[in-house]
Design a protein around this ligand. Structure first.
Ligand SMILES: *[C@@H]1O[C@H](CO)[C@@H](O)[C@H](O)[C@H]1NC(C)=O
Ligand SMILES: *[C@@H]1O[C@H](CO)[C@@H](O)[C@H](O)[C@H]1NC(C)=O
Ligand SMILES: *[C@@H]1O[C@H](CO)[C@@H](O)[C@H](O)[C@H]1NC(C)=O
Ligand SMILES: *[C@@H]1O[C@H](CO)[C@@H](O)[C@H](O)[C@H]1NC(C)=O
Ligand SMILES: *[C@@H]1O[C@H](CO)[C@@H](O)[C@H](O)[C@H]1NC(C)=O
Ligand SMILES: *[C@@H]1O[C@H](CO)[C@@H](O)[C@H](O)[C@H]1NC(C)=O
Ligand SMILES: *[C@@H]1O[C@H](CO)[C@@H](O)[C@H](O)[C@H]1NC(C)=O
Ligand SMILES: CC(=O)N[C@H]1CO[C@H](CO)[C@@H](O)[C@@H]1O
Length: 520
């Protein structure tokens, strides 16, 4: 008994882990664009994000912050569930949405019917200059007139001088959202197969491609956009649509990119254990590597692969989990790890009032967590995950030729990535994903012993930025390098702190923290 107690008392709060950082990128390093972290927006309330007659300045500012760091605007996909319930209307100016009643678990439900006028599409002009957009077109309704009219309206908006002059481009169309779920949600019969899907898709996409004159434009198509993947030739998967000849069709020739959707699970209630599960290094990896066969099959066709809609947990997020600081660490590790396995971009899904948003761009009057009326309206604000977008942007920088490499770190809780511009090591990011939850007092810390391998410029000193978090389940109050984005206009506030370190001394990283080091 005595010896057990003695052992307990000497368990060090700081443990050591060695990290070797290659001085030049190895073949395993991946090209990463400044907008690796991009956004998918639930289409029904697009005008609330963009602004209608005038721009939504808060949303614009949160995007423009990222532009000023990386030089490239986050890419925006406008679509998702409501994409398959949208009809164009020539008599509507903006949009007319019909919503089901809010519930405790879904306080901000998607509209079941969306009538969108030309102004809905024209609002793309409010995005930052040079934003690349993907727009989702209705396929769920199986109404060729709807597909045709909507495509015409989208193309007309992007041909307008307001959009063209800002360099905002329609990079992709997507035809149908999560068609693999149509057999469950009533949009098709329950015996719907990937074979039928592919044939129908080709018919509708033939019309869409003609309506958009894709043969004479730079706009391409995202293929698949499935909720899940069974990874086989005869199920809903990239392999399944390839095996059914989608790429050999005329509209299929416009598919340059396969989009996959993914959530780590579906939980309508949350707790600290669920938050730790989300953050854990190994579950982040297993959630993503399950798509490795699909990525390989996609690359074998010389196509690009991305996560066109993703976030933590479906149900618009789990309360007390998806909206917390711990989810920011998940977002960062998830996006960076995705880059390592052949995912070119990660579109985090957002909807007005969703729990897992990076950004809440509108005044809210109901709780996002349980739908109850708020005593005071909540002003537009960023949620913790937004800091992950900022950190990824700073780590990648504005070089236009950055490569990221995951570092081999033998520690259950610590992940790390090195960032290279050309052949030069510039920065490294470390994440300690052990959840330090409110009520706990024993915050551990890991000491990283740093070493370099290979040849190149060997820095001896570095500057440090930390994402300082009170508790993993905090929903606000995060501080990045001394500064906050929790401001009324979404611009950065506060004074940057300066911390420096030496390679010889290494660095400490407490539980539930991110550290970025920039080598001198
Ligand atoms: C958007 O603007 C148009 C024209 O100014 C207006 O008719 C419409 O009511 C506005 N709002 C929405 C949600 O459509
Ligand atoms: C697409 O469908 C619309 C509506 O049915 C039709 O008017 C148009 O001619 C079709 N286009 C092609 C190329 O089939
Ligand atoms: C098909 O789409 C057109 C154009 O949006 C719409 O007028 C029509 O009502 C739709 N048909 C059905 C059956 O929903
Ligand atoms: C699916 O079910 C419908 C109605 O029950 C039937 O008409 C159709 O032939 C079935 N399709 C396939 C591919 O089995
Ligand atoms: C994905 O992560 C969740 C935790 O967030 C875990 O419960 C689930 O098992 C993981 N799925 C896979 C396929 O690894
Ligand atoms: C609902 O959530 C809010 C926070 O958004 C909280 O203040 C309130 O106590 C919760 N109400 C219930 C009934 O759980
Ligand atoms: C990784 O760490 C574990 C436990 O800390 C240790 O047993 C193992 O030998 C280490 N593996 C390598 C490759 O260093
Ligand atoms: C971060 C950390 O070490 N948390 C531990 C603190 O102690 C409780 C028990 O009191 C453990 O459950 C936590 O894992």
């Amino acid at each position: 008994m005595f010896s057990a107690l003695w052992v307990a008392l000497i368990v060090p709060l700081v443990s050591g882990t060695s990290v070797t950082i290659p001085l030049a990128p190895s073949d395993d390093a991946a090209d990463v664009d400044g907008n690796l972290v991009s956004l998918s927006i639930e289409q029904d309330r697009w005008l609330d994000w963009s602004g209608n007659s005038s721009r939504n300045a808060f949303f614009f500012n949160t995007l423009d912050n990222l532009v000023s760091i990386t030089g490239s605007a986050p890419k925006i996909r406008i679509g998702a569930d409501s994409e398959d319930h949208t009809l164009f209307s020539s008599t509507v100016e903006g949009v007319v949405d019909s919503f089901p009643p809010p519930t405790t678990t879904v306080p901000y439900p998607e509209a079941t019917s969306i009538l969108a006028g030309q102004g809905f599409y024209n609002a793309a002009k409010h995005l930052p200059s040079n934003t690349g957009v993907t727009w989702g077109v209705n396929f769920g309704a199986k109404n060729i007139t709807a597909t045709f009219l909507e495509t015409k309206a989208i193309v007309k908006a992007f041909a307008s001088s307001a959009v063209r002059d800002a360099g905002i481009t329609l990079d992709f169309l997507e035809l149908g959202n999560e068609a693999d779920l149509y057999l469950d949600n009533g949009l098709r019969l329950s015996n719907y197969t990937v074979e039928e899907y592919t044939a129908e898709w080709i018919t509708f996409a033939t019309n869409m491609s003609a309506a958009a004159d894709l043969a004479n434009s730079n706009t391409k198509i995202w293929g698949a956009a499935f909720a899940n993947s069974d990874h086989s030739d005869d199920g809903f998967s990239p392999q399944g649509i390839f095996a059914n000849g989608i790429l050999d069709s005329v509209p299929g020739s416009f598919i340059t990119t396969i989009s996959q959707h993914h959530y780590s699970g579906s939980f309508c209630t949350g707790n600290g254990g669920l938050l730790q599960d989300l953050m854990t290094k190994s579950t982040i990896r297993s959630n993503l590597t399950e798509f490795s066969p699909d990525i390989q099959a996609t690359q074998d066709q010389n196509l690009d692969y991305l996560l066109g809609e993703t976030n933590s947990y479906s149900c618009h997020g789990a309360p007390g989990v998806s909206n917390t600081a711990g989810a920011a660490l998940w977002t960062l590790d998830y996006a960076l790890f995705a880059s390592q396995i052949g995912v070119s971009r990660v579109y985090f899904h957002e909807g007005i009032g969703y729990k897992y948003n990076l950004i809440q761009p509108l005044v809210l009057t109901r709780s996002t967590l349980n739908g109850s009326a708020l005593a005071e309206p909540q002003q537009p604000h960023v949620q913790p995950q937004y800091y992950a977008a900022i950190i990824a942007a700073e780590a990648i920088g504005n070089s236009g030729n950055t490569e990221a490499l995951e570092l081999n770190i033998n520690n259950t809780w610590i992940s790390g990535y090195a960032f290279y511009e050309g052949s030069d090591l510039k920065r490294a990011v470390f994440i300690n994903s052990l959840a330090f939850l409110s009520g706990q007092t024993n915050r551990t810390s890991v000491h990283l012993d740093l070493a370099f391998s290979g040849s190149g410029h060997t820095a001896t000193t570095f500057s440090v930025k930390r994402l300082v978090i009170g508790y993993a389940d905090d929903v606000s109050g995060l501080i990045w390098g001394g500064q906050t984005y929790e401001t009324s206009d979404g611009r950065v506030g506060g004074t940057a702190t300066s911390e420096t370190g030496t390679v010889a001394a290494g660095i400490d990283i407490p539980a539930t923290e991110v550290v970025m080091i920039t080598f001198d």
